[in-house]
Ligand binder design. Structure first.
Ligand code: PSU
Ligand code: MN
Length: 301
């Protein structure tokens, strides 16, 4: 066991007894949603995972410890602190550990913590990817590099079109990351069930996905996998409307010169404000949907 890891009692017990586990990230809590909906969503995700036969393991860096499995008061702390907590991706981990500081883990960092603990399934909302305009800005999320090198399967609702979805898929193909559509042939675009871009394969049962994960690990391929799960129909948004909102938010970010790790949280916040909280409702619904599927896959594994 890695000396920097700190497992909750529930996670330690589950690992010891080979129970199915599902990792959860914490940037979505601190930087992805406002308080108190963020804490409520985090707690409900954990409940949904338990109801579906798996053990939740929310990840964060607290006091320099790589925490896998958080107590309710730790979720509350991250949710209240919000953007005051460091958004921690791969490159931030070592300095936060050395400084005994706190960090909310992105998809990339959560994959690293999950892997260290021995957890192979991870549920979230959306991943980072290749940003619109990346051909000049070179803004490509570290999440994609992590998927290329860390063998954890990430269940998400596709990616928001704050990203260039076509380029994101090309990048994943180059890096050897399978993109599995759950009951769909298309990459979902987070708020909507379709994007016009095809995934590389479709699977219709959690067992099929679990078998593929097992084969990938057994082969020693070492890359991650992306499982894309469309938002439930009843929670999906009008594509033209949300498309306009996103284009406006991206233009605003460019006009203000926002870049680097600030841009994703800025866009998420603007989208929520402009839609008057409507996007937040959809966001919460799709996260629950992903937690459920991830627990089913973990149980099947
Ligand atoms: N996309 C979302 N919601 C999120 C994020 C992305 O729809 O909360 C967060 C995740 O933690 C993701 C991170 O790993 O943003 C990506 O940030 P960046 O693009 O700076 O790598
Ligand atoms: Mn970036």
């Amino acid at each position: 066991m890695n000396q920097y890891l700190s497992l909750s009692a529930e996670v330690a017990e589950a690992l010891e007894n080979h129970k199915p586990l599902v990792a959860l990230e914490s940037t979505i809590i601190s930087h992805g949603m406002p308080y108190p909906q963020n804490v409520e969503t985090a707690k409900n995700c954990e409940r949904i995972i338990r109801e579906n036969g798996a053990v939740p393991a929310t990840c964060a860096i607290l006091g320099g410890k790589l925490c896998v499995g958080l107590e309710p008061q730790q979720l509350e702390y991250l949710g209240k602190a919000g953007q005051a907590v460091t958004k921690a991706s791969r490159r931030d981990i070592a300095r936060l550990v050395a400084a005994e500081a706190d960090g909310a883990t992105t998809v990339a960092a959560t994959m690293i913590l999950a892997k260290m603990a021995g957890i192979s399934i991870f549920a979230t909302g959306g991943i980072g990817g290749v940003h619109r305009g990346a051909e000049t800005t070179m803004d490509i999320s570290a999440d994609l590099e992590e998927l290329a090198q860390t063998d954890v399967a990430v269940v998400c609702a596709g990616a928001k079109s704050i990203l260039d979805l076509g380029l994101t898929l090309e990048y994943l193909e180059t890096k050897g990351v399978p993109v599995i559509g759950y009951e769909t042939d298309e990459l979902p675009a987070f708020y909507t069930r379709t994007s016009g871009f095809k995934v590389d394969c479709r699977m219709d049962t959690p067992q099929q996905i679990a078998d593929t994960i097992r084969a990938s690990f057994g082969l020693g391929l070492h890359n991650g996998m992306l499982i894309v799960n469309p938002i439930p129909e009843e929670n999906s948004m009008d594509p033209d409307y949300i498309g306009q909102v996103i284009t406006q938010a991206v233009a605003e970010a460019n006009a203000r010169g926002i870049h680097g790790k600030e841009i994703t949280p800025f866009l998420l916040g603007r989208i929520k404000d402009v839609t008057g909280g409507k996007s937040l409702e959809s966001n919460i619904a799709l996260v629950y949907n992903n937690a459920r599927l991830a627990a089913q896959i973990a149980a099947a594994l």
